[in-house]
Design a protein around this ligand. Structure first.
Ligand SMILES: Cc1cc2nc3c(=O)[nH]c(=O)nc-3n(C[C@H](O)[C@H](O)[C@H](O)COP(=O)(O)O)c2cc1C
Length: 200
């Protein structure tokens, strides 16, 4: 049964043990991304988010780039653990979504609206976060396990070259997903009264 918005948000978690299978068709995954791109707000309706779906060999190629990049900088003795994490938690999944922001648009806004110049990069990141939450929650609600990763900026150049993305696209995050192998443990929550204040 479809979850309502509140149920879907409450169910969203980070999953680190994935398999290479999907509860829905590739077209339905694509529809989720298009839905997010069309229904998530952005500052001045600037639509700066660029979202890329990597499936099959493309998904695998991304995690090979991550491993090759890490191999150059992680101490040799620590690398096997790193490789295992990338293989089991990310590469083992069904696909990965890349979130970019188009700085051609962001920098044009900085020129066009000098009064708000200092805000546009922050707003761009905020809008990207909103897109990421929408996609993450929608993937979870159809049965995927999802996590959010940040191997940028280490992998930026390789990724740009591999898929020929424009220079102006800034990589913000990587979101691997697949059918989950386990259920996340209970999350520790800080006291709500320290985090939410009500005046009435
Ligand atoms: C802005 C942001 C950055 C994050 N970066 C990472 C990351 O690089 N690697 C990772 O494994 N999880 C990352 N996470 C996931 C958080 O660690 C996770 O959402 C948090 O611990 C709460 O757990 P939950 O997702 O199971 O509710 C990130 C989450 C946010 C919102």
């Amino acid at each position: 049964m479809e979850k309502n918005f509140k149920e879907a948000l409450a169910a969203r978690r980070s999953y680190y043990a994935l398999t290479n299978s999907s509860p829905i068709s590739d077209k339905e995954i694509e529809d989720i991304i298009v839905f997010a791109a069309n229904n998530t707000p952005s500052a001045f309706n600037s639509q700066t988010a660029r979202i890329v779906l990597l499936l099959g060999e493309h998904h695998k190629a991304l995690w090979t780039i991550v491993k090759e990049t890490l191999k150059k900088i992680v101490p040799e003795s620590a690398y096997p653990k790193t490789e295992q994490k990338v293989d089991n938690s990310f590469a083992a999944g069904y696909g990965t979504i890349l979130f970019f922001e188009d700085y051609a648009v962001v920098e044009q806004l900085e020129k066009d609206f000098p009064l708000y110049k200092d805000n546009f990069k922050g707003w761009s990141l905020q809008a990207s976060g909103m897109h990421q939450l929408v996609v993450w929650t929608m993937l979870e609600s159809v049965g995927f396990g999802v996590s959010l990763q940040h191997y940028n900026p280490l992998i930026d150049e390789e990724v740009r070259e591999k898929w020929n993305f424009p220079q102006t696209w800034k990589l913000i995050s990587q979101m691997p997903f697949g059918k989950p192998l386990d259920i996340p443990g209970k999350k520790e929550m800080q006291p709500i009264e320290n985090r939410v204040k009500i005046f009435q």
